[in-house]
Design a protein around this ligand. Structure first.
Ligand code: FES
Length: 95
């Protein structure tokens, strides 16, 4: 297992740990308090669409442009099943 980072959920202040070789969504589900439903985990359904408001990340799977536009990506709006942390992160729900 690689380096571990903390991920904070902005709305609740809850914190969980995510390894740099783990999808943020998988870690959130494992921690048992993800604000998102369990979806396809493959970048296709859009259920895990959230915003990373702080921190560095890397996409290890292709995010469907049907769910994440280039503009979204610039704003940190991402599919959490497709990204891994490269620093501590803060994530937020998109309303
Ligand atoms: S869970 Fe389906 S796109 Fe992330």
């Amino acid at each position: 297992m690689g380096q571990k980072y903390s991920v904070t959920v902005q709305e609740t202040g809850l914190v969980f740990s995510c390894a740099d070789d783990q999808a943020v969504l998988a870690a959130m589900i494992h921690a048992g308090f993800g604000p998102v439903n369990h979806g396809c985990c493959g970048g296709g359904c859009g259920v895990c669409r959230m915003r990373i408001v702080d921190g560095r990340w890397e996409a290890f799977k292709t995010m469907s442009r049907a769910h994440i536009s280039e503009d979204d990506e610039k704003k940190g709006i991402l599919l959490l099943c497709c990204v891994q942390p490269r620093s501590n992160l803060t994530v937020a729900r998109i309303n």
